[in-house]
Design a protein around this ligand. Structure first.
Ligand code: DQA
Length: 137
């Protein structure tokens, strides 16, 4: 099983970015923990702050991966283009968020991605990624 985790804008700053919301751990540290925990899964990780690069990565993933775990961050709430990319590929995509976006500002309540993904996991901190991996097993 080959899974790709894609993180969108500002998630490269996890660990120092608004730690009261997103925690103190860097994603690199957490990703190492995930690799140890799910040693039967081939996990890859990609992060970009650029919308078009996230779309290119989704297109590329259709050939290589059994599934994608996507935290599109703020693009979740704005991007018709990322939603279209998800629709364009057959690879199942799980939408994840670290925070419970429904408990935050109203502009975070709308997701362009939720209607086109296989499932959504949000609000469990970094554990949301762990739960998304489990959904493929
Ligand atoms: C986020 C929630 C988004 O609203 C926000 O823009 C992010 C992170 C989350 O993981 O909780 O950057 O996707």
């Amino acid at each position: 099983m080959k899974l790709l985790i894609i993180n969108g804008p500002n998630l490269n700053l996890l660990g120092t970015r608004e730690p009261e919301i997103y925690g103190n751990q860097t994603f690199k540290e957490y990703f190492n923990d995930l690799q140890k925990k799910f040693d039967s899964v081939e996990l890859s990780y990609y992060q970009s702050n650029i919308e078009g690069e996230l779309i290119d990565m989704l297109h590329d993933a259709r050939k290589e991966f059994d599934g994608v775990i996507l935290n599109a961050a703020a693009y979740t709430h704005t991007s018709v283009a990322i939603a279209d990319a998800i629709k364009a590929i057959e690879t199942p995509v799980i939408e994840v968020h670290i925070s419970n976006t429904h408990a935050r500002e109203s502009f975070r309540h709308k997701s362009f991605l939720s209607p086109v993904v296989k499932g959504v996991i949000l609000g469990f901190g970094l554990k949301s990624y762990d739960l998304a991996i489990q959904s493929f097993l």
